[in-house]
Design a protein around this ligand. Sequence first.
Ligand code: HEC
Ligand code: HEC
Length: 342
Amino acid sequence: MNRLIFLSLMVLSMAVWSFKQKGSPTIVSFAVPQKWPAPKFDFAKNPLTQEGFELGRKLFYDPVLSRDSTISCASCHLQYTGFTHVDHNVSHGIDGRKGTRNSPVLINLAWSSSFHWDGGVNHIEVQGLNPIQHPAEMDNTMEEVINRLQRSGNYPALFDAAFGSKEITTVRIMKALSQFDLSLVSSNSKYDQVMRKEKGIAFTEQEKKGLKLFRKNCVACHKEPLFTNDFFASNGLPMDPILKDVGRYGITHDPKDSLLFKIPTLRNIEYTFPYMHDGRFRKLKDVLKFYSEGIDLKSKNLHPVLQKKVTLSENDQKDIIAFLYTLTDKEFLFNNKFSFPK
Ligand code: HEC
Ligand code: HEC
């Protein structure tokens, strides 16, 4: 049976089952947009529930997770910019401490098989441990987080609603946070509407030219419809001499992985500046200029697709940017479901 149908059937039967059990969490089925591939996350292992999602959302926006209760996940992942830290090259955490990387967007993570720019985290359900314990992010311990949540007025009841008992554990905190992360699906941009052939929606001539150029030069890595192929690559970005970030090599120690980074999605790219793992480019114009003139062609692990020089005239670059703007999904960026919980 098709995995997708199987998943939906299973979610459906669990939903029916959950309605029968008084007081148990309400199963939410994870909607896969039309013609998209199956998600890589196995929802059978952490079924999405209304209560789990809401708990995750509350935790995501709660600074209580940080040592001095000043920084929440949302401090570095702001909804209206695709859940990145707009205008910050590298992340800023507790006591104004700077990290070494640009905060990535949190978009369509259910289709991601590894996390962080270097893929250093292989499962979303452990990802949250990193920012909570990271000295330059939230600088806290799980023991302290659990103590605080246990003492708080309403968290025990929320854990009860989501997981069937008031017990607060690291695993439950991580499951709830990941239910929120995984629910951040963006699939209603102009691009999507055109692809779904919705009435009255069409690309302009410039956007059409841009798409054609995009499919010729970019799609090998920024694959439709997710605008990433979920791999690592070197796009020939020269190493920053101060940050000296070696990317994936830092995890695998395989020389072939030197300077490879996670290929980011380009959805909502209009709003997610600055760009690249170190946020070195402020404008899409700079990014396009980089792909046409700035690629380090001598870079050892440069992806074969980029080894042949990309030639894009100034007009070509403008057309590609016009196309990239069609990936903006305002419904996602301003969806109340994902905003600060009241
Ligand atoms: C101080 C800023 C900061 C805070 C606070 C923060 N993050 Fe992040 N987040 C980052 C940065 C920077 C990265 C990339 C890290 C890397 O590549 O090494 C990241 C990566 C991620 C990723 C992986 C995305 C991907 O596509 O690979 C997820 C998911 C995420 N954060 C969720 C969270 C959650 C949940 C919290 C709260 C528990 C949180 N973040 C708190 C800055 C922050
Ligand atoms: C060989 C694979 C590959 C190709 C081809 C490619 N990219 Fe990328 N792209 C990447 C990788 C890898 C990154 C992240 C690099 C980093 O941060 O060091 C990236 C980053 C970006 C970013 C920044 C995204 C962000 O969130 O910071 C934009 C925008 C972008 N690419 C657009 C394009 C465009 C437009 C084209 C075609 C002209 C293109 N890319 C071709 C691999 C590729």
